[in-house]
Design a protein around this ligand. Structure first.
Ligand SMILES: [Fe+2]
Length: 271
C-alpha cells in the first residue's frame, strides 16, 4: 500500500502512524556525545537496543528534555492523545550482532505492544541515517487486524525455547511480509524525520542491522495515559494513591474483557 497521506494526521487516525518533520533543532552535541559511547554487541541478542540515557553528559540530557517538551506540543500528538503524559524516554544504540540477525527475538519480531488498553504514541527520532542496511523501524497499518485479533506465527510456535515467549504473540518478518506486504511502511529516515506510531494498535518491529560495522542511534519518546503499564503511577508503588487508583482502573477494564495482547484476544494462526 502506498500511504498517500503519510505526512498528514489522517494517516495517524486511519493507519495508526504518520511521519513528520521536526522543527529544526541543533542535535550535533548530542550526536557527537553518543558517538563516543560504545555498547556491547551481545546486548542485541535479547532482541532490544541498548539504553544509554545514563551515559550522556548534562548538555545532551538538556537537548533530549527539550525534544520531549516539543513532541508533547505537536499538533498530531495533541489531537490524538488529547492530554499526553510522558511515560518513558529512551536513548538507544544498536549494533550489528550476527547471532541476533540469525535468530531475531523480542522487539525485532512483529508484535503489538501490550502496554495499555488505550492509545499511546511512540515518537521515533533518528540520530543518524536509518535505512534497510542499518535496520530501520517498520510498522503496519492498524487496518490489518482489529484489537481483538492477535496473530500467532506457526513457525515461531515450534520454537518454544525462546525466553521472550515470542510464539505467544509475535510474528517473524518473513511470515509477516508474506501476509501483509501491502500494509507495511519501512521508516527509512534522515535527520529531522520523525515517526509517530500508536504501537498498541499497530503491528511493528525494530529493524535489524544487516551488515557488520553499522549502527543505529535514536531517541524513543513514549507518551500515553496513566493506565499505561510503564507509567510512573504503575511503576512507583510509593505513590500509593495513584498506584491503587490505576491498578483498580486496569482491573475494571479486565473485567470488561477488553482484549490486550494474548489476553482476551481472538487468535489467528498465520504462516
Ligand atoms: Fe513494541
Amino acid at each position: 500500500m502506498v500511504f498517500k497521506n503519510l505526512h498528514k494526521i489522517e494517516n495517524l487516525f486511519n493507519h495508526g502512524f504518520c511521519k513528520i518533520n521536526l522543527p529544526k533543532k541543533n542535535l550535533s552535541h548530542l550526536k557527537e556525545n553518543i558517538n563516543f559511547i560504545d555498547v556491547e554487541k551481545e546486548d542485541q541478542e535479547n532482541g532490544y537496543s541498548t539504553k544509554i540515557n545514563h551515559r550522556i553528559d548534562t548538555a545532551s540530557k538538556k537537548i533530549i528534555e527539550d525534544l520531549v517538551k516539543d513532541t508533547k506540543m505537536l499538533y498530531e500528538v495533541k489531537k490524538y492523545l488529547r492530554f499526553a503524559s510522558e511515560v518513558n524516554v529512551l536513548l538507544l544504540k544498536t549494533k550489528y550482532n550476527h547471532k541476533a540477525l540469525e535468530n531475531p527475538t523480542g522487539a525485532m519480531l512483529w508484535h503489538r505492544d501490550l502496554d495499555d488498553y488505550f492509545r499511546q504514541l511512540k515518537i521515533l527520532i533518528p540520530l543518524n541515517e536509518h535505512n534497510l542496511d542499518n535496520g530501520c523501524f517498520s510498522v503496519a497499518s492498524r487496518k490489518i487486524a482489529d484489537r481483538k485479533t492477535i496473530f500467532i506465527d506457526r513457525t515461531l510456535k515450534e520454537r518454544k525455547d525462546n525466553k521472550n515467549e515470542d510464539f505467544k504473540f509475535r510474528v517473524s518478518d518473513k511470515v509477516f511480509r508474506k501476509n501483509f506486504s501491502h500494509y507495511i511502511y519501512d521508516f527509512e529516515a534522515k535527520e529531522g524525520d520523525c515517526l509517530i506510531v500508536d504501537t498498541n494498535h499497530c503491528y511493528h518491529r525494530g529493524g535489524q542491522i544487516l551488515k557488520p560495522n553499522l549502527e543505529r542511534n535514536f531517541i524513543h519518546i513514549h507518551l500515553g495515559y496513566f493506565t499505561n503499564i510503564h507509567h510512573k503511577f504503575m511503576k512507583n508503588k510509593k505513590m500509593i494513591l495513584p498506584f491503587l487508583f490505576v491498578k483498580s482502573m486496569r482491573a475494571f477494564i479486565k473485567i470488561l474483557r477488553a482484549p490486550v495482547g494474548n489476553f482476551n484476544s481472538k487468535k489467528k494462526i498465520i504462516s
